[in-house]
Design a protein around this ligand. Structure first.
Ligand code: C2O
Ligand code: CU
Length: 460
């Protein structure tokens, strides 16, 4: 075939965008989803047996995948679970076929089978990966891990620590209870656990005064919103959902909905003999999730101001004059007064919906509608005013591209992939539809997603 000039140019620009580095020639990284047993509950909670989990490479969280910006990541998934599965790369701008959504972007990977995920690391930052099949069960059993993409021009720090915040529902014998489809959870705040935990990677046991830390907080809980604070450090939030903030922010008490991430760069202010603490806030009460000893002094003084991270190659919005508005109304759930909703093309009463395991609707429809909620032309700007007409908060996640919140003053919020909305709140997001394919938009409270809160968008 003879390429015409246009095809040639397109091919050339695609290569310039996604350079294949020498790393791509190496063998893909292997990732096996399999059952295993881990000592989840630490000894300070008393004598508990190991917990049976499903983990990537048998660990929980799964292995920390570390890549360089612009590298081509290749991961070969092997499914050694008793159920089909698939891996979604949360927050990464992947080609659609690599998005890991069974029934939409790929077939679920059957037990004994595999799948090769391969995509360029376009953006630096803190991302994560998790099962996107029967996720209320598979994520609750432990199928998730963190993916860190290092900046080509990374900030100078002394210790880089990933903090995975998770929430387990365990029995007396420390086993995961198998009540994944409990309708009472699905109609309320989701499947909340009884063991909240902050897993550190690496398992740092000590830091030194005046060391500069980069803490990457990831909320992997299926449904729980976590409010956390840090003690013994002074610093700034430098990224949200992987994307650098143009102006770093004061941490204070940080609220993370399911799937949200925060990068913090902070200097250890606690003195030798004291410690750095990660505290979970529930109402007025604080619970200590992690404590790291300060073992000595690294330098005489802290390093001072924290600068913004180098930006990712993402275009931010500057105007909405050309934008198309596609409203989203969320209804249903307990105390939501839902009368009826469509499900699989049929109009059902709320009683009939519950019988079908569905209780939440997006624009009057529960479950994934046959047609996308909007078909956008490539490059089009889409704005979605979202009205939460329910009695619960929701963490709204868009696949394939980050969005920005349209603020009441007309300005734009930071680039995000998940937006935590309070009950009865109305907010608006907007984005440039530049990644072709069918993409999910759903609540990342996985119980709500399973019970109806999902739709899709098409970018042509
Ligand atoms: Cu993190 Cu559709 O998911
Ligand atoms: Cu929700």
């Amino acid at each position: 075939m003879i390429l015409n000039r246009r095809q040639f140019l397109e091919g050339a620009s695609a290569m310039a965008l996604w350079p294949r580095t020498s790393a791509a020639a190496a063998a893909p990284r292997l990732l096996e989803a399999r059952p295993s047993r881990v000592q989840l509950v630490p000894p300070e909670f008393g004598d508990h047996p190991e917990t049976e989990v499903w983990g990537f490479d048998g660990t929980v969280p799964g292995p920390l995948i570390r890549a360089r910006q612009d590298e081509l990541l290749q991961v070969r998934l092997t499914n050694s679970l008793p159920q089909p599965t698939a891996v979604h790369w949360h927050g990464l701008r992947v080609p659609n076929a690599m998005d890991g959504v069974p029934g939409m972007t790929q077939d679920a990977v059957l037990p004994g089978d595999g799948f090769l995920y391969e995509f360029p690391m376009r953006d630096a930052g803190t991302y994560w990966y998790h099962s996107h099949n029967q996720s209320t069960e598979q994520v609750a059993r432990g199928l998730y891990g963190v993916l860190v993409v290092d900046e080509a021009d990374a900030p100078d720090i002394d210790q880089d620590i990933v903090v995975v915040l998770d929430d387990w529902r365990l029995s007396e014998t420390a086993q995961i209870t198998d009540d994944f489809g409990a309708m009472h959870d699905w109609t309320h705040a989701g499947r909340l656990g009884n063991f909240i935990h902050a897993a550190l990677t690496p398992q740092v046991s000590e830091v030194q005064q005046n060391q500069r830390l980069r803490l990457r907080l990831v909320n992997v809980a299926t449904d729980r919103i976590m409010a956390v604070s840090l003690r013994g450090v002074t610093g700034r939030i430098v990224a949200r959902d992987g994307m650098p903030l143009q102006t770093p922010e004061d941490p204070g008490i940080m609220v993370l909905g399911p799937a949200e991430r925060l990068d913090i760069i902070a200097d250890v202010s606690a003195t030798p003999g004291e410690n750095v603490q990660i505290v979970l806030h529930e109402g007025e009460t604080g619970y200590l999730l992690q404590e790291i000893d300060v073992s000595g002094r690294h330098a005489d003084a802290a390093r001072g101001a924290v600068a913004a991270l180098p930006d990712n190659p993402v275009t931010r919005l500057d105007s909405l004059t050309e934008a198309r508005s596609v409203p989203l109304v969320m209804e249903g759930g307990a105390m939501g007064g839902l009368r009826q909703g469509r499900y699989k093309g049929e109009l059902l009463t709320s009683r009939e919906l519950v019988a079908a395991g569905q209780i939440w609707t997006f624009n009057g429809e529960a479950g994934l509608p046959a047609e996308p909620m909007v078909t956008a032309e490539r490059g089009e700007i889409i704005r979605i005013p979202i009205q939460n007409n329910t009695a619960f908060p929701h963490a709204i996640h868009l696949h394939g591209t980050h969005f920005q919140e349209v603020l009441p003053d007309g300005g734009f919020g930071p680039l995000k992939d998940t937006l935590l909305m309070a009950r009865q709140e109305t907010r608006e997001i907007a984005f440039i539809a530049d990644n072709p394919g069918d993409w999910l938009l759903h609540c990342h409270m996985l119980s709500h997603q399973a019970a109806g809160m999902k739709t899709s968008l098409r970018v042509r």
